[in-house]
Design a protein. Structure first.
Length: 104
């Protein structure tokens, strides 16, 4: 936490239970995160007919983590592609500038 940032308490509902969280994030953001997790828990419980909330929360967390890792890998792949294309474009521009300068 950076100096000057204060934590605020936010009450959220996950898997039918209220939790008070303290965070430096904005309250609405924290609520959106909790709602996302709660929606995933609800989805898992309805699809798998799981009664145990804790198990559903763990499966939801693993599912969200999987999505995060996949998105992170895709982001890295795209960064590499952009870097490769940028280098190729700079090389082409430099070659064209050299040709133009030589023709002058």
């Amino acid at each position: 936490m950076a100096e000057g940032e204060s934590k605020q308490s936010v009450t959220v509902r996950i898997a039918g239970e209220e939790h008070v969280l303290r965070s430096t994030a904005e309250a609405e953001y924290t609520k959106r995160c909790a709602e996302f997790l709660d929606d995933r828990v609800t989805e898992i419980r309805s699809l798998s007919r799981l009664v145990d909330k804790n198990r559903a929360v763990i499966l939801a967390a693993l599912s969200i983590t999987d999505r995060y890792f996949q998105a992170h890998e895709e982001l890295e792949r795209l960064r590499e592609e952009v870097a490769t294309r940028s280098i190729a474009l700079v090389e082409r521009l430099e070659e064209e500038l050299e040709r133009t300068a030589a023709a002058s």
